[in-house]
Design a protein around this ligand. Structure first.
Ligand SMILES: [Zn+2]
Length: 407
């Protein structure tokens, strides 16, 4: 009988999340694993079935986007309320962004298959030469727990929002479809960011485990005494053991950085698009909310106060948290670098010291960095530019708002 049990495998750690998010095509990958006494295997493949469900969601969102476009054109020709038009435009951006993210992620799912397979093969190769496992069972348990907690939070938020949408009146069939589309967009957005965060944390876990082991090994390493140094075999043994540790770790570091590249190729376009539209939505929502707050006589747009406020709040939260996770991944080698700089290099011989120097060079030049199509690097410093851009455009909008509202 096949018995399911937890193992130190990629699928056991993040399988639940990927299997759920693949319904939206983020990515279209099916992950299965069997662990029993006799069998121990993980299967990661591109799933056609999941791509169909993702395409169905994308087609639905595109239909709703077309309807929003139609509404915007009608409102513009009839010279309707400016705030209503901005509200419709932000809903349109919301739908277009999610459908674009789905389509991009379906097309790029192959990279994610390579990424997961990369993790598995790196782990296997490492296990052949070393005692420790790169993915500890403790980490697998932590990831599963985190994913379940995130699902509960997202489900609760969606339920609250759904209740709010259903309580607020709706008159036509299109209105209901708009609400379903909003819920779907929120699902896509939250999945997109959950995966972004989890994958960043997952890679960080791999890097920190091997670096922790490396530091322990270097601490335990004792240069041989002067009497042993006189024998040729003593020198060879010493050189070999330190060289072996450092060469293996350098290779592992490069392999992991290379694997992060695959992940970056999968997500860069979708996340770049998400970020740009998030800025546009933040500007339009802040402008509408401030305008309504200043002039209480104006009509409240369809999405309402709570809708816009929660959009602003969730966008700020997801952007900040995901940038924080990605920043942590980028600076994962900092502890090891400071450890290496303080390492008593004077006790080592010339060749060993050279090995430590090359390790320092590798760690400081090859960083697991995620970037948006090579345009910018994702890290916490991006928050300052995003805040600056949003503030500037909200102020610009206010400069022109007097003439717009009069129209
Ligand atoms: Zn497994």
């Amino acid at each position: 009988m096949k018995k399911r049990m937890l193992a130190n495998c990629v699928s056991c750690a993040i399988g639940i999340l990927i299997n759920f998010s693949s319904v939206f095509g983020l990515p279209c990958v099916s992950i299965k694993c069997i662990h029993s006494r006799s069998v121990n295997k993980t299967e990661i493949v591109f799933s056609k079935l999941r791509s169909y469900s993702a395409i169905a969601v994308a087609v639905f969102l595109i239909t709703v986007s077309i309807h929003y476009t139609f509404l915007i054109i009608t409102a513009s020709t009839e010279r309707g309320n400016l705030l209503t038009r901005i509200g419709l435009l932000s809903n349109l951006i919301f739908c277009v962004r999610s459908s674009a993210a789905i389509i991009i992620c379906i097309c790029k799912s192959g990279y994610m298959v390579s990424h997961f397979k990369g993790f598995e093969s790196i782990r296997h190769n490492w296990k052949i030469t070393e005692k420790e496992d790169l993915l500890e069972l403790k980490t697998v348990r932590r990831f599963r727990k985190e994913v379940v907690h995130c699902f509960i939070i997202i489900a609760f938020l969606l339920l609250m929002y759904l209740t709010y949408l259903m309580i607020s009146e709706f008159d036509a069939n299109w209105n209901l479809l708009h609400k379903i589309a909003t819920i779907l967009c929120l699902c896509v957005d939250s999945m997109l960011f959950m995966i972004h965060e989890v994958m960043a944390k997952f890679s960080t876990a791999f890097f920190s485990t091997y670096q922790k082991n490396l530091r322990n090994k270097l601490l335990d390493y004792k240069p041989i005494s002067k009497s042993e140094m006189l024998t040729k075999s003593g020198i060879n043994a010493q050189n070999n053991s330190l060289r072996r540790i450092i060469v293996l770790n350098k290779r592992l570091h490069c392999a992991l950085v290379w694997n992060v590249e695959y992940y970056n190729k999968f997500y860069d376009l979708a996340v770049l698009l998400w970020l740009i539209t998030a800025i546009a939505l933040l500007v339009s929502n802040c402008f509408v909310l401030l305008t309504l707050w200043i002039d209480r006589n104006l009509d409240i747009p369809e999405s309402g106060f709570i809708g816009m406020e929660s959009q602003i709040f969730l966008t700020i939260l997801t952007v900040t948290y995901s940038l924080y996770c990605v920043h942590k991944l980028g600076s994962v080698s900092q502890d090891t670098l400071s450890f290496l700089f303080q390492y008593p290099i004077s006790k080592l011989n010339a060749e060993e010291a050279a090995q430590v120097e090359t390790l320092i060079t590798v760690l400081s030049t090859k960083k697991p960095i995620l970037n948006g199509m090579d345009i910018f690097i994702y890290d916490v410093s991006l928050l300052a530019s995003i805040t600056g851009t949003v503030l500037t455009y909200v102020l610009v909008a206010f400069q022109f708002s007097a003439s717009w509202v009069k129209q």
